[in-house]
Design a protein around this ligand. Structure first.
Ligand code: GDP
Length: 186
């Protein structure tokens, strides 16, 4: 379920790479253990590289994505963090619905990201992963949705374990990137 905010996309002047054909860099952010590696593996298919580039079809049109999952936000140096915050075209900001600390961490990351990516419309999706673990849930759907509304980003709940909504998240990123691209061309 998508939050209703973020429907108006305008141009900016950051000069990011968004030409058709060039790969979009999608960065996975989130606390340790929330499912970033699981997300990257689903995207990569059999291979589980730290950086995976792949063409996928979204709404009948091909898009090439490079998915970056190298940053463990709790152990890596700040330099690496800043690098990833600057190089992404779009971000999947993950938390685990079974881990409230990871939800708070996602908020912190969102604030840091805003510092590095002040452009209002860098596509970001807040992803509440592990929604299959019903009995261990600590963060409700409505809390996730409210957080996304505050942060002006999309929201989706997923289960990497059940392969539920993971592709929808990647497709959502491509759709937002295209909205940005189209508004720039207009
Ligand atoms: P990372 O540290 O963010 O890369 O997290 P991982 O992808 O390594 O996942 C941490 C643990 O959570 C692993 O044991 C995964 O198998 C498990 N996991 C990841 N996603 C899900 C999910 O959607 N549901 C369940 N039940 N477990 C998950």
């Amino acid at each position: 379920s998508w939050s209703s905010s973020d429907s108006v996309i305008s141009t900016d002047s950051t000069g990011e790479s968004a030409e058709p054909g060039s790969p979009y860099r999608v960065v996975l952010l989130g606390a340790s253990g929330v499912g970033k590696t699981a997300f990257a593996s689903i995207f990569a298919g059999a291979a589980d590289n730290e950086v995976c580039e792949k063409e996928i079809e979204v709404d009948g049109e091909p898009a090439t994505l490079t998915v970056l999952d190298t940053w463990d936000s709790e152990t890596d140096a700040d330099g690496a963090q800043e690098c990833y915050m600057q190089t992404g075209d779009a971000y999947l900001l993950l938390y685990s619905v079974t881990d409230r600390a990871s939800f708070l961490r996602a908020s912190e990351l969102r604030i840091t990201l805003r510092r590095f990516r002040p452009a209002q419309h860098t596509p970001i999706i807040l992803v509440g992963n592990k929604c299959d673990l019903v009995r261990r849930r600590e963060v409700s759907v409505s809390e996730g949705r409210a957080c996304a509304a505050v942060f002006d980003c999309k929201f989706i709940e997923t289960s990497a374990a059940m392969q539920h909504n993971v592709w929808e998240a990647f497709h959502g990123i491509v759709q937002q990137l295209r909205l940005r691209r189209d508004s720039k061309e207009a």
